[in-house]
Design a protein around this ligand. Structure first.
Ligand code: ZN
Length: 184
């Protein structure tokens, strides 16, 4: 899986897909307040089993956070609307998540974001990673169409510990260092 360091390197269509995913995730969190959960998600599509994709779902009570849980009649997996989404295992409020994405949009640091959300830095750090994972999945599913062009790029390599004779080239003398040495 390609590792993405920076959210701002995304292509426009990746950002659009990400925003849709985020809106979907936020709506699920918003729905937590609604105790009469339906068998459809925020986009009014049928809830399917996250394990086997079956439509044969029954309500299975509520968990300790009062979130409607479901059970798949085919594979017996128990899940809720947040399972396998960006917000699974995230115990933040809808308002906190909104602040998070707002801070992300304004390129705020993790420390500043945490302060605005009134949470620990690690919480923001983990959430950032979840978003990056989400982008990686979106990237994997992108198919290029038409003519694709690629430019050459230079990558720096680490030669630390390489013996002199195995170096790809001799190291260049550093004039600035020599001058300093002469002065000393
Ligand atoms: Zn199932």
């Amino acid at each position: 899986m390609e590792h993405i360091e920076n959210i701002y390197d995304l292509l426009p269509e990746e950002i659009e897909k990400l925003i849709n995913k985020i809106i979907e995730a936020l709506n699920i969190v918003k729905d937590r307040k609604n105790t009469n959960s339906r068998f459809v998600d925020s986009e009014k599509t049928l809830i399917l089993c996250p394990k086997c994709n079956s439509e044969h779902i029954i309500k299975n009570g509520h968990d300790k956070n009062k979130i409607q849980t479901y059970k798949c009649k085919d594979c017996k997996k128990k899940f809720n609307a947040c399972t396998n989404t960006l917000v699974s295992h995230v115990k933040l409020t809808y308002e906190q998540l909104l602040i998070f994405f707002e801070c992300m949009d304004n390129k705020l640091s993790i420390r500043k974001t945490a302060a605005k959300m009134n949470v620990n830095k690690n919480t923001v750090f983990l959430l950032c990673h979840k978003v990056l994972d989400c982008i990686s999945i979106i990237r994997e599913n992108i198919k290029l169409r038409g003519t694709a062009e690629g430019d050459e790029t230079y990558e720096s390599i680490n030669l630390k510990g390489t013996k002199k004779e195995n170096m790809p080239r001799f190291s260049k003398p550093r004039s600035s260092n020599n001058e300093i040495q002469k002065k000393v």
